[in-house]
Ligand binder design. Structure first.
Ligand SMILES: [Zn+2]
Length: 317
């Protein structure tokens, strides 16, 4: 099969599916309201894109003759199945990938391997990366079951709440590992305030109670952003203030010291650098925040302006 272009046969096949589906949808489209039209077209699009995806994958799955080495140990691979199917679910459509799978011949390794899955960037999940990103975002912003309902409504994809949980937590684990690696470098002194940065920064730190499976725990959260030079004017009060730039946020179930290291590397990423001269620190009255703010955010050439949220000041009056 020609690898440079999609074969004429595939183009004809997909065109025939489009024609068949458009014909089948015709009567419904001509009587539906706008909401019904979009739902039907979304269904049509998923079927056509899935069919197209499956054919493209079939072209990619044709063995090229060479046998790859084992990616784990470099040993020889033995073909166990020349055409093993694996279902995948995508944002635009679903398909089955049929490709060769191998097993390592070295007794001390013996790992199974599908080289095409690796080439395509496909991991252990059924979801394709683009859908996985959408699922993860939905899982971050809402309860897992509600996110699944919303995904069915918005994208016509059937994903269970348990899948939303698994994907969201897996992505979270990767992000957390990357952040902990940064924190470890910062603690060793291998990572510090980057060159450049914003002249003024704002950093807000807070603790909030979250219900976990073993009761309520304090989640410490931080948000950092460049401050100004653009300004905003509040319409009601008429007061003008420096606008927040793009913020970086962080959160952790941890003690004060660990949290502050996390806030520091997050602030560096958001723009707290060698050029920064002032950091505005916002917080409630918690002692763990004030006793460390100047140490983690300030420096010989950085003034830290600490502002207490007025609501918490009222509590003490
Ligand atoms: Zn091996």
């Amino acid at each position: 099969m020609d690898r440079e272009d999609l074969s004429e046969a595939i183009i004809q096949e997909v065109s025939a599916i489009v024609a068949e589906d458009v014909r089948a949808a015709g009567p419904e489209l001509l009587t539906a309201d706008l909401d019904g039209m979009e739902a039907r077209l979304q269904q049509l699009s998923r079927r056509v894109c899935g069919a197209m995806l499956e054919r493209v994958l079939a072209v990619r799955a044709v063995p090229r003759g060479e046998r790859p080495p084992c990616p784990t140990c470099g040993g020889l691979l033995r073909l166990v199945d020349g055409a093993r199917g694996r279902d995948l679910q995508g944002l635009t459509g679903d398909a089955t990938l049929v490709r060769p799978v191998y097993v390592c011949t070295r007794a001390d390794c013996g790992r199974g391997h599908a080289p095409l899955d690796t080439d395509l960037g496909w991991g252990a999940e059924t979801l394709m990366p683009r859908l996985a990103r959408v699922v993860c975002r939905a899982g971050i912003t809402g309860a897992f079951d509600e996110a699944a309902t919303q995904l069915a409504e918005d994208h016509a994809v059937a994903v269970g709440g348990e899948t939303v949980r698994r994907v969201t937590e897996a992505v979270g684990a990767v992000a957390e590992a990357a952040q902990q690696a940064e924190v470890a470098r910062a603690r060793r002194g291998d990572l510090s305030r980057p060159a450049g940065g914003a002249t003024d920064m704002v950093v807000a730190v807070d603790g909030c109670q979250a219900p976990l499976t073993d009761g309520w725990h304090e989640v410490k959260v931080g948000r950092a952003a460049p401050l100004g030079p653009a300004t905003r004017t509040d319409r009601r009060s008429g007061r003008t203030y420096l606008a927040w730039g793009t913020a970086a946020i962080c959160a952790g179930l941890e003690g004060a010291e660990d949290c502050w290291w996390r806030v520091a590397v997050t602030a560096w990423r958001a723009g707290l650098g060698q050029q920064t001269r002032r950091v505005v620190m916002l917080g409630d009255g918690a002692e763990w925040i004030w006793t460390r703010a100047a140490h983690f955010l300030g420096g010989p050439d950085i003034a830290v302006v600490e502002i207490l949220a007025i609501f918490h000041a009222y509590e003490h009056l």
